[in-house]
Design a protein around this ligand. Structure first.
Ligand SMILES: [Zn+2]
Length: 271
């Protein structure tokens, strides 16, 4: 019972204080400037956080300004972030561009090098496919109208020796003969190829391009002289020479490079 009375007193005290005292104090004593502001319209204290005055509904400028500041800061931050990203993008793009350029340059260099090698290989193969030149010794007697041509250093000895001018012309040039089976004559492209002096084991007819002993390419002058020493396809003479036409008999000469068993005497028959 005593407890109940105490509790009742406390309750009555609380009710008495609340209703009559708080409104009087609210305007002045309970105003806390750190968290409260005054309404611009009615002057009542309002929370700084409140969007509107609870009394007159006037908008509170403080949270609006704060929100604006926050928005400004957020926008600035976003702009800075964007600028940073832009800079990063620009850097990345210029790096990509530089790499692409470097790649292109490297590719061009590789192609140039490949072309250079290809050209070098081509040149080398051209060099190889060029007919081999053999240096012969030519002694030419008779000036511009040679009467005698003496050939030495031919790898097939049957072509070495003295060739004498004949009365007959071949392709309007003097024709030379050594014995009955080695001929030096002018070939005039009747079967194509190049103009030049030919050594052959067949009697020339002026048309056929025969040169079993090699040939000399004429460039600008018409008569043979001792400078005409670079002969082509002379190696043909080291293959078996087979007479197929002309006045010569059907025969095969021993090949000096392939047939070592042939007696020396059979070579001597040639002369
Ligand atoms: Zn107000």
């Amino acid at each position: 019972m005593k407890c109940l009375l105490v509790a009742l007193n406390i309750a009555l005290l609380m009710v008495g204080c609340g209703a009559s005292d708080i409104p009087k104090e609210s305007k002045e004593a309970s105003f806390n400037a750190s968290v409260m502001a005054k309404c611009e319209a009615c002057g009542n204290g309002i929370s700084k956080q409140a969007e509107k005055c609870p009394g007159c509904r006037h908008p509170n400028p403080i949270p609006i300004a704060a929100a604006k500041t926050r928005a400004d800061e957020a926008r600035k931050l976003a702009q800075m972030e964007e600028k940073k990203l832009d800079e990063a993008d620009t850097k990345r793009l210029s790096e990509i561009e530089a790499k692409v350029l470097a790649d292109l340059e490297a590719q061009a260099l590789t192609e140039m090098e490949a072309n250079r090698r290809k050209k070098a290989a081509n040149d080398a193969s051209k060099q190889k496919s060029k007919p081999a030149t053999t240096l012969l010794d030519l002694e030419v007697i008779g000036g511009e109208k040679p009467t005698t041509v003496i050939i030495a250093r031919h790898p097939n000895p049957s072509f070495n020796g003295t060739y004498r001018a004949q009365d007959k012309l071949v392709n309007e040039k003097v024709y030379y003969k050594k014995g009955n089976d080695r001929h030096l004559y002018f070939y005039d492209q009747a079967e194509g190829g190049m103009k030049g002096w030919s050594l052959d084991h067949r009697k020339p007819d002026g048309k056929k391009d025969h040169y079993s002993g090699g040939w000399y390419h004429f460039k600008s002058f018409s008569h043979l002289d001792s400078n005409c020493d670079e002969w082509l396809d002379v190696d043909y003479s080291l293959l078996p020479l087979t007479a197929t036409d002309g006045g010569c008999c059907e025969r095969t000469l021993p090949s000096l490079s392939f047939s070592t068993s042939v007696p020396t005497a059979s070579v001597a028959i040639v002369f």
